[in-house]
Design a protein around this ligand. Structure first.
Ligand SMILES: N[C@@H](CCC(=O)N[C@@H](CS)C(=O)NCC(=O)O)C(=O)O
Length: 226
């Protein structure tokens, strides 16, 4: 078995996605967490300065999508990608939509709602000193506020953002009432990428109960966990 180390923040949706991939492929791994001010060290691990990064027998790989392809090439059993070419194209679109669009709802719901923000910053500082928490919380809020505003979603009011998000959840409900998985006939990278974002919204957002009231979405999330 290879030695795999996942460099992560427990609450990052992209790190969650990689954990889901590793679990799906039955690959054992250890984690290194970068809570609190250790985040500075995380930024030196890769050229993009982001997490997740994995070390696979000493080789570093960054970016959850690249990590998925890297692991698939070495461990093709339990395939992440559908064999059918049209399904494959759709799986890539779903993954990209989850990573580049749904992600911003996750950031918005985590950093724009006071209760969620407090929970998120305490989770991001888990195991670190009180002093670090005091410094880290405003820094995190400032960083993500800037990103939300630059992306555009940060300039839209809460009601409108929630409406757009629940329109997506409604669309999932429709799809998942007719099929078990987002693409094709088995779990793929599409399910893992989308579920990782939704999982992280559920972890900190007061919208949790409302999301889980969509029964097909709820049972699909449970299927992925198992
Ligand atoms: N495309 C990357 C995105 C990773 C990403 O944005 N990670 C965030 C945490 S959720 C991060 O490292 N943010 C710190 C930063 O941007 O400096 C992937 O799929 O891995």
């Amino acid at each position: 078995m290879p030695k795999i180390i996942l460099h992560q923040w427990e609450v990052s949706p992209f790190c969650n996605k990689v954990r889901k991939i590793l679990k799906y492929k039955h690959l054992a791994y250890s984690v290194v967490n970068y809570n609190g001010l250790l985040a500075v060290a995380a930024s030196r691990l890769s050229s993009a300065g982001k997490l997740p990064v994995i070390e696979y027998d000493g080789e570093k790989v960054q970016d959850s999508s690249d990590i998925a392809e890297f692991l698939e090439a070495r461990h093709p059993q339990h395939p992440l990608y559908p064999a059918d070419s049209k399904d494959l194209a759709q799986a890539y679109f779903w993954e990209d939509w989850a990573d580049e669009s749904l992600y911003w709802f996750e950031v918005y719901f985590r950093f724009r709602y006071p209760d969620a923000l407090q929970l998120a910053t305490s989770l991001l500082c888990k195991g670190r000193s009180k002093f670090e928490q005091v410094i880290f919380a405003p820094l995190a809020r400032y960083t993500y506020e800037r990103q939300l505003n630059a992306q555009g979603i940060g300039r839209i009011d809460k009601n409108r953002v929630e409406k757009k998000f629940f329109a997506h959840i409604g669309n999932f409900e429709t799809i998942l009432s007719q099929q078990d998985w987002l693409v094709g006939n088995h779990q793929t990278i599409a399910d893992l990428a989308v579920a990782a974002q939704i999982d992280e919204i559920l972890r900190t957002s007061p919208l949790k109960e409302r999301i889980l009231s969509y029964s097909h979405v709820k049972s699909w999330l449970e299927r992925i966990q198992s």
